[in-house]
Design a binder for this molecule. Structure first.
Ligand code: SAH
Length: 396
């Protein structure tokens, strides 16, 4: 067994780890015994010295250790990452066997027992994010494994994320394995979408809403639909393809709206879907003033709550858009409303929806209580992995 430095936990701090949580906070560490550079693998032990797990160490982060395995005897080498990525890939191959979709999240970080690593597949391209120092240090092995397992036409890095700062890392963007154009056409639910992995938001496309987009099918026949925060048109184009008679998509980003329009053309739906650059908060008020009504409204805002701090303002934001959307709906209209902020719990979201409905003078029926797509699995013991909430409501 390799001799790793040991990180000893304070008394009582082992429980979370034993229950499967992959994070050890700096404040939970009693002492580091033996030499360990930031990013090195360490052996985690309880306050009596009993080995608990192996993880990688970063004394400069609030999260000092991220657990890689609960088996203290496992070797952390290239083969370890091969096994882990294979295990992740196996689920996706099962989920997407039908070839109606060729874009999915291959590795969802902690939830796939690979803390700090995101890998998305967009047709022949892979997009990777190394979010932590521990993963950054193993990028060579990981890229090799990805090439061996997936034979991608290119690998693009999108490690331009805030969290890297907390790990003492710079942002890093560009080809790791050159793949020609960063713009690819993907297939999702048998529809086509341009994805720009270099200039798009996050890794280029929000794969976590795939199944929620599909769920529009039951509600949009002949409907007039409003898609708020439409980005490159995911919900709007699904709605049109499923038989909506008229769809309006709104987003504040000009480049997103431009790509959304191209996506409408790509699917030959441009006669029924329109996209406009707008601030949703203002646009909803204007639509209301003009007396416009919709049969179905989608709200898929960015994460208003980034940390525990900003909750108050965020709550107001969620209430505001939901209240306006409810007012814009015809009697018995459908509201598809989402939140991707982990710190905004489902219970709190429901409270906000209830308040909004009281103010709007409407009643709500919950038709569906949904989450993120299955290629973003939720790891039991790690509640942070369930971040996306999506309610489908009938607004009476
Ligand atoms: N529904 C999209 C994903 C939305 S991501 C999909 O299915 O792919 C959130 C989007 O909100 C981003 O595209 C961002 O540009 C947009 N956005 C952020 N603030 C906004 C605002 N005030 N008004 C309109 N759009 C906004």
């Amino acid at each position: 067994m390799t001799e790793y430095a040991r990180v000893r936990l304070k008394k009582g701090k082992e429980k979370r780890v034993l229950l499967g949580h992959p994070w050890v906070y700096r404040t939970d560490v009693e002492v580091l015994r033996g030499p360990a550079d930031p990013g090195d693998v360490v052996l985690l032990e309880n306050h009596r010295g009993k080995p608990l797990a192996l993880g990688y160490y970063n004394p400069n982060s609030v999260i000092a250790v991220r657990v890689l395995t609960q088996n203290p005897k496992e070797r952390i080498d290239r083969d370890f990452f091969l096994r882990r990525i294979q295990q992740a890939l196996e689920l996706r191959l099962k989920l997407f066997r039908e070839a109606t979709t060729n874009a999915f999240r291959v590795v969802f970080a902690e939830a796939d027992l690979l803390p700090g690593l995101i890998v998305d597949r967009f047709a022949s391209l892979l997009v990777v994010q190394f979010l932590t120092l521990g993963m950054e240090k193993r990028r060579g092995d990981i890229v090799e494994v990805l090439e061996d397992l997936l034979h991608p036409g290119g690998i693009y890095e999108r490690s331009d994320v805030e969290v890297r700062k907390k790990e003492g890392l710079e942002e890093c963007v560009g080809w790791i394995l050159p793949g020609g154009s960063p713009e690819v056409v993907i297939k999702e639910n048998n529809l086509a979408f341009f994805v720009d992995v270099a200039r798009g938001q996050k890794t280029g496309y929000f794969l976590d809403q795939r199944e929620n987009r599909l769920s529009l099918r039951r509600y949009v026949q002949g409907a007039r639909v409003l898609d708020c925060f439409s980005y490159t048109g995911g919900f709007a184009i699904h709605a049109a393809a499923f038989g909506a008679k008229e769809v309006l998509g709104l987003d504040i980003s000009e480049s997103a709206v431009a790509l959304a329009r191209e996506n409408a053309r790509l699917n030959r739906l441009e006669d029924r879907v329109r996209f406009e650059v707008a601030d949703v908060f203002e646009a909803l008020r204007e639509l209301l003033k003009k007396g416009e009504r919709f049969d179905l409204v989608v709200l898929d805002p960015p994460a208003f709550v980034k940390g525990k701090e900003a909750l108050e303002g965020a709550l107001r934001g969620y209430k505001d858009i939901n209240l306006l959307a409810m007012k814009l709906l015809v009697p018995s209209g459908i509201l598809v409303t989402c939140s991707c902020s982990y710190h905004f719990s489902e219970e709190l979201f429901l409270e906000v929806l209830q308040e909004a409905s009281q103010d709007a003078g409407r009643r709500l029926q919950i038709l569906e209580r949904r989450g993120q797509a299955q290629d973003h699995p939720v790891l039991v013991g790690y509640p942070e992995s369930r971040y996306l909430k999506c309610f489908i409501l009938r607004v009476l």
